[in-house]
Design a protein around this ligand. Structure first.
Ligand code: BGC
Length: 471
């Protein structure tokens, strides 16, 4: 009898282990495929800095026109993010990602074959729209597919892929810069992950949460079962249903974003979106070689090398964040990251204010690298993670859309204003301004940002509904 029970329980354990492995396997495929959206985001935003000098020479572009080639993609991204929420709520996450994969391919090809400026701009605009949609839907889809205790690392795979994409774009640009017409290949390479993303998503399941929201409960159960390797999903499904009774599951009007239970999450999401950009990250990602040259770095190639170093730090520290988000928690990492960013910006400001050429180049390189490292363990991944977690299901797509538009809009403004600021008020004042913004972000986080580690999306929603804040 005892033996029989022991055998039964060990058979059960073995069964559970196989299911766990199955779930892991399924999940890894889902996560790896979907996060190609992040890779494309990073690659396509990063590659333009390497291709731009060649494009400038070929098409004889003025300064303003060069700026436009860069920023038209950011404009497209804001527009894409604005449309993505509604599309994802109406047609499902998966279908929209498949269409967007097509945009990535068409946009990259148009840019690569462009024989004149309008075609190039059209390609950049299409790419931008794809980047904007992907930037929102990838974390949303991943968050809705992930088990609660792994959600932090799964969703942040997206950020990891963004940073890998940026680094790859630096490397590809460096390797192809000597080749005749190499810039066309730099841009064309973005097609490949686009094709894999599109084909891969055709095979992946739709988000069970979205299916349940559409009243398609059987399909939701089947999708969840596939994701969890056949394990018992009844508790997870029940929680989903309760969540849906709180909303009625139907598409809600835009005015729902003003309801009290959405207000605080929306302030948190939009606030972090703006702070992620106005604290200056993309002035480094897009213009690092210029900053290093300003700090007196002797040669352009040294500046490019230092930039690649920054790319490596970005990837490495994002990896560290991935390991810590579900244990240390989002809030703690965000606070530490912001404090570090503020300190490094203060060092950079002082360096520019009093610096003499030789030491300044070193101070600038080290403080910029450390600043990016602190961004990568906090504000980088945590912003995208939190906006996939804190909104009620009924408005999740749209609310994330609003936060994402705020992010791209702020990115556009900062990227446009940065070079003017450097020229107008100087490097010290510019980085001083970013330091002040970072301190404001720290205060904002301290006061408003909840800890969401280990809680299901449904629990997070319930706690916002009860108290107006998730703490
Ligand atoms: C930001 C991007 C930035 C990237 C750098 C992302 O979280 O949204 O604007 O370029 O991090 O790693």
């Amino acid at each position: 009898m005892a033996f029989g029970a022991a055998a039964l329980s060990s058979a059960r354990e073995a069964g559970a282990k196989v299911r766990d492995q199955g779930a892991n396997m399924n999940f890894k495929v889902v996560a790896a495929t979907a996060s190609l959206g992040g890779l494309l985001f990073g690659y396509d935003t990063g590659v333009v800095s390497g291709a731009l000098p060649f494009i400038r020479d070929l098409f004889q572009l003025s300064e303003a026109m060069q700026g436009f080639v860069v920023s038209i993609a950011l404009l497209g991204a804001a527009a894409g993010a604005a449309a993505a929420g509604q599309l994802a709520d109406a047609y499902g996450r998966r279908k929209v990602i498949i269409v967007v994969a097509g945009f990535f391919v068409v946009g990259a090809l148009l840019c690569a074959i462009a024989g004149n400026v309008p075609v190039l701009l059209a390609g950049r605009l299409i790419l931008g729209v794809a980047i904007g949609v992907a930037s929102m839907l990838t974390p949303l889809y991943l968050a809705e597919m992930a088990p609660a205790d792994k959600r932090g690392s799964v969703v942040s795979l997206n950020q990891m892929c963004i940073t890998v994409g940026i680094l790859l774009s630096y490397i590809v640009a460096y390797l192809l810069s000597e080749m005749d017409g190499g810039w066309r290949w730099m841009l064309a390479i973005g097609c490949l992950p686009g094709v894999v993303l599109g084909l891969g998503m055709i095979a992946l399941p739709e988000s069970p949460r979205w299916l349940a929201g559409q009243g398609r409960h059987e399909e939701a159960a089947a999708a969840l079962k596939t994701l969890r390797g056949g394990a018992d999903v009844s508790a997870e499904l029940a929680a989903l249903r309760t969540d849906l009774t709180r909303s009625d599951g139907a598409l809600v009007p835009w005015s729902a974003l003003l309801e009290p239970r959405v207000r605080i999450p929306l302030i948190v999401g939009v606030g972090l979106a703006v702070f992620q950009q106005v604290t200056g990250i993309n002035t480094v990602i897009y213009y690092a070689p210029i900053i290093f040259e300003k700090a007196g770095m002797a040669s352009t190639s040294a500046a490019i090398l230092a930039t690649a170093g920054v790319g490596v730090v970005n990837v490495a520290m994002t990896y560290v964040a991935l390991k810590l988000l579900d244990t240390a928690g989002r809030r703690k990492l965000l606070l530490i990251g912001l404090a570090g960013m503020a300190a490094m910006l203060a060092v950079l400001t002082l360096g520019f204010a009093i610096g003499t050429e030789g030491p300044l180049a070193w101070i600038a390189t080290l403080s910029v690298a450390a600043y990016v490292g602190f961004f990568a363990i906090g504000l980088g991944p945590v912003f995208w993670l939190l906006i996939s977690e804190i909104f009620p299901l009924a408005v999740r797509g749209r609310a994330m859309g609003v936060a994402t538009v705020a992010n791209w809009g702020s990115n556009l403004i900062v990227s446009q204003v940065f070079l003017m600021l450097i020229a107008g008020v100087g490097s010290a004042a510019t980085f001083g301004l970013f330091a002040v913004m970072t301190v404001a972000a720290l205060a904002f986080t301290f006061a408003l940002v909840p800890e969401t580690k280990g809680r299901t999306l449904e629990e997070i929603e319930a706690s916002f509904a009860e108290t107006g804040a998730a703490r």
